[in-house]
Design a protein around this ligand. Structure first.
Ligand code: ASP
Length: 434
């Protein structure tokens, strides 16, 4: 069995869904589909998921979501119409969904309906069985997948006599049966979960690019496609901002070692990128940089004399909604980097006050506009490329605020300013990949 996950751009309209059918028809082993909600058809367009979130927000504010919902309805009906699918059942589904959103069932329910309807339509078009993720994927409160899900999916697929199956991506339910979504882009995770459950020989992840590139093509126009890359390297590259594959989607397949092929729905003949359990012979995979980070700096003489101090400080940060993605320690200081969106200025003021008074800190400051640039590859700790990368950054006057080398076997990273992000990726790419 090959599990094929089709992302939002691959199911954005009827023309794209026809390409999906051609891909499925070209290989009889491609019989398990996981689909996203229709994504953007062009740059100005809006994703169905974004529109559904907006409907929920309007309802929560006591406004009517009628206008936005009718544009969602129009889009699904036009897809069904062009694919020549009877719209009676679809109309009933849409009406029921509108009522539930109106009744305030919340963000997760509303957002999940994009993939639900997408899978509902595509299963009819292909004459495959529709399997609702809410009936078989249990998502724990920390967002991880409950292992019970694998047996349930396996059983549902095994007991069916249909030739193929369509699962909606992005959501499942809590153990109490309430609809819960993964984080944004989470249909990739569903694909991995289903691939593991059915013991797939391959997990194909169909999108609108022909695989992972060694740098963001908006920054390096002629960036090379990566032919093969390991699970670990993908996680690291995604963490540094490469957005082709959800970084949490590796976890379900790690134990079973299913290879993942990133493929392009618009150019199915391209080989794409093959993600494998272990790294190939030593090589560099890619460079990527993530911006939008803020920095908290804490200073206190003899900071670490008191046991459990680090833990207590971190707990305080969590109370204010800040979960740092990166930390550095000095003899009397700690620096944490976190996503700027996690806290407003007023929350930060309150947090700094509290930290200062509760821990008698000498200094606590927060500043914004940071980024982190990572170089990923199985060879990075042996080939000395970090010297070349550092020189390239310094030659082009990119100020480096820290270097993280050795924490990972397959990457190293530099702290830089957000405004230097694109230039930094370009010069490091030129120095290491050309
Ligand atoms: N539709 C969801 C999103 O836009 C999930 C996905 O496409 O993977 O985030």
């Amino acid at each position: 069995m090959i599990v094929c996950k089709f992302g939002g751009s691959s199911v954005a309209d009827a023309a794209q869904i026809k390409k999906v059918k051609a891909i499925i028809d070209s290989d009889k082993n491609r019989n398990v589909l996981v689909v996203s909600a229709p994504g953007k058809r062009n740059k100005e367009d809006e994703k169905i998921t974004d529109l559904l979130y907006r409907c929920n927000e309007m309802v929560q504010k006591g406004e009517s979501c009628k206008g936005v919902f009718s544009s969602i309805q129009k889009r699904f009906l036009s897809i069904a119409d062009e694919l020549k699918i009877d719209s009676k059942a679809l109309l009933m589904q849409l009406e029921e969904i509108r009522q539930h959103i109106d009744a305030g069932r919340g963000a997760d329910y509303a957002a999940s309906r994009g993939e639900y309807l997408s899978a509902f339509i595509i299963s009819q078009y292909l004459d495959f069985e529709f399997i609702d993720a809410a009936d078989c994927i249990v998502i724990n409160s920390d967002g991880t997948v409950n292992p019970f899900s694998y047996d349930k999916i396996h059983m549902l697929v095994d007991n069916s006599n249909k030739r193929g199956f369509v699962f909606p991506g992005f959501y499942g339910s809590t153990k109490d049966g309430i609809i819960k979504t993964f984080t944004r882009g989470g249909s990739d995770i569903t694909g991995s979960v289903v691939a593991r459950a059915v013991n797939a020989e391959l997990y194909e992840n169909w999108t609108d690019v022909s695989g992972f590139l060694s740098a963001d093509p908006r920054i390096v126009e002629d960036a090379k496609t990566i032919e093969t890359i390991s699970y670990n390297e993908v996680r690291e590259l995604s963490d540094y901002g490469a957005s082709v594959f959800h970084e949490e989607a590796i976890a379900p397949v790690v134990k079973v070692g299913i290879p993942i092929n990133i493929k392009n729905t618009n150019r199915p003949e391209d080989k794409g990128t093959l993600i494998t359990p272990t790294a190939e012979a030593e090589k560099l995979a890619g460079v990527s940089a993530k911006g939008g980070l803020s920095r908290i700096k804490i200073r206190k003489l003899m900071l670490f004399k008191k046991q459990g101090m680090r833990h207590a400080l971190l707990t305080m940060l969590h109370i204010f909604g800040i979960r740092p993605s990166f930390s550095l320690f000095g003899i009397d200081s700690i620096v944490w980097f976190y996503d700027t969106k996690m806290a407003s200025e007023s929350i930060l003021d309150a947090m700094c006050e509290r930290l200062k008074s509760e821990f008698e800190l000498d200094e606590v400051t927060v500043d914004h506009g940071h980024a982190i640039l990572g170089v990923v590859g199985s060879s990075v700790l042996k080939d000395g490329t970090y010297i070349k990368a550092a020189k390239a950054l310094s030659d082009s006057s990119v100020k480096v605020s820290f270097l993280n080398y050795g924490a990972s076997d397959v990457s190293y990273s530099f702290g830089i300013r957000d405004e230097d992000r694109m230039r930094a990726v370009r010069v490091v790419y030129d120095a290491l990949f050309r």
